[in-house]
Design a binder for this molecule. Structure first.
Ligand SMILES: [Zn+2]
Length: 446
């Protein structure tokens, strides 16, 4: 063994301690250790979602990474410093939210009157932990250049911490979209890139912290602009668009790999030209690539039959998103956002005094559960659609979205109803469900 003897006063004794005590135990990480490694955690009596199935196994975590027990046993002769009994719960990679406009009263597209943009992002990042989200892309909708210049420099890519989920970069949705498919975007700020990428840079300023851009591929110069985004490692998503299928296929062949909220804000499926929806079954896409599509599975914005069609045609491309607005996470009641008064009634946000929907207030864990209910797709696919698939789409599976060895230990503990019980980032407990029984923690020593 390599001497993970951190709790020297405990000899062959296993004691159950509370999460609070676990936090104290974790402070031991800062104490000097004979080992070059940190504390080794063994999550046991659990089922792991790994390799597209859920099966009984232990999860081993050290130094913020998921580790391979075979190497621990046979090469290092290591053993657990701390064991956590998960009471039979499921462990899944943390959720990755690629489209969220705001939550908890914060709107990512508005420069706040009070406080800073960073404080707003952090508030949402913290609140999302209770919904199993460990990484997200704050989404900024169509805005004037001056707003992008004020907001985007303050949405920095940053790792998750106990203060909140990690930021993978901004999702800029618009302003290079179709005025005919604007949805809730302000039409006066919609733009074209007639001068190519120069227009993009003038509009956004720096794109170094942009992770995803949604654009309409039918716009003039889209080929050149898509290539420039791809060169910079930015995901190009197709949406708010009147594109036909051929234009969509060309955009995918140029590097686009995502479709923004499938079915919403695009031309509908037609049997002679299925438009962007047809990409799910296209045979003119590169064979080695998958086209991914965001789907709002909140029980309100997309009909269950539409969810089933997408699932049956192309399950591997499914990425669940909330597309939530700032009213997400707020209690029922009336709120004034900008010039709009809205009312939150149950699972709906409507313009006050009307039945007009004004955006999703669903949480990602709720979308996962609703998708299973609507499609009968099973737990594995629905969970992967909120974790593995967005990670694949963004090209970050070496770090996120799986429980593979050597990836970041961003994971969630969930019950059989897929309700989050605890959320971990880089192996640290960052949230626990106050209504659920604590997991049982044991200290272990040789
Ligand atoms: Zn949209």
């Amino acid at each position: 063994m390599t001497g993970h003897v951190l709790i020297s006063e405990v000899t062959r004794q296993q004691s159950a301690v509370s999460y609070i005590q676990l936090r104290q135990l974790r402070q031991l990480r800062s104490m000097p250790s004979k080992s070059s490694h940190g504390v080794l955690y063994q999550y046991r009596n659990c089922r792991l979602l790994r390799n597209h199935s859920i099966y009984k196994d232990d999860l081993w975590v050290r130094d913020g990474k998921i580790v391979n027990p075979e190497i621990l046993f046979f090469e290092e002769k290591s053993y657990a410093d701390i064991q956590i009994d998960c009471n039979g719960a499921i462990i899944c990679a943390g959720f990755i939210e690629t489209q969220i406009n705001g939550a908890f009263g914060v709107d990512f597209s508005q420069v706040p009157d009070k406080g800073t943009i960073e404080e707003g992002v952090l508030k949402v990042a913290k609140g999302l932990l209770a919904h199993g989200v460990t990484s997200f892309c704050p989404t900024v909708i169509t805005s004037p250049p001056s707003t992008y210049h004020k907001i985007l420099p303050h949405i920095k890519k940053s790792p998750g911490t106990k203060e909140g989920a990690g930021v993978l970069g901004a999702h800029v949705e618009g302003p290079f979209i179709s005025p005919e498919k604007k949805g809730a975007h302000p039409p006066e700020h919609i733009r074209t890139f007639d001068n190519g990428f120069q227009d993009v840079i003038e509009t956004f300023g720096s794109v170094s912290d942009v992770a995803i851009v949604t654009l309409a591929p039918e716009l003039k110069n889209s080929k050149m602009v898509i290539e420039e985004f791809i060169k910079r490692g930015i995901v190009v998503s197709l949406g708010h668009s009147q594109s036909n299928l051929v234009q969509g296929e060309e955009a995918v062949n140029q590097g686009a790999c995502y479709i923004t909220h499938l079915f919403n804000a695009m031309l509908p499926f037609h049997h002679r030209d299925p438009h962007l929806v047809g990409l799910l079954a296209s045979e003119r896409l590169p064979k080695d690539r998958t086209i991914y599509y965001g789907l709002i599975s909140d029980g309100i914005h997309t009909h269950p039959a539409a969810l089933r069609i997408a699932h049956r045609v192309h399950p591997q491309g499914l990425v669940l998103v909330t597309d939530a607005i700032q009213a997400m996470g707020l209690p029922e009641g009336f709120y004034v956002f900008g010039e709009q008064e809205i009312e939150i009634k149950g699972k709906r946000a409507v313009l006050a005094g009307t039945d007009t929907l004004c955006g999703s207030i669903s949480t990602l864990d709720n979308c996962v559960r609703h998708f299973i209910k609507s499609t009968n797709c099973g737990q594995v696919l629905a969970l992967e659609a909120a974790s593995l698939h967005p990670a694949k789409m963004m090209g970050i599976t070496a770090q996120k979205g799986t429980l593979e060895f050597n990836t970041d230990a961003d994971f969630i503990v969930i019950n059989d109803n897929l309700e989050p019980l605890a959320t971990y980032i880089a192996g640290e407990l960052v949230w626990e469900n106050p209504a659920s029984p604590s997991l049982v923690i044991s200290k272990v020593k040789d």
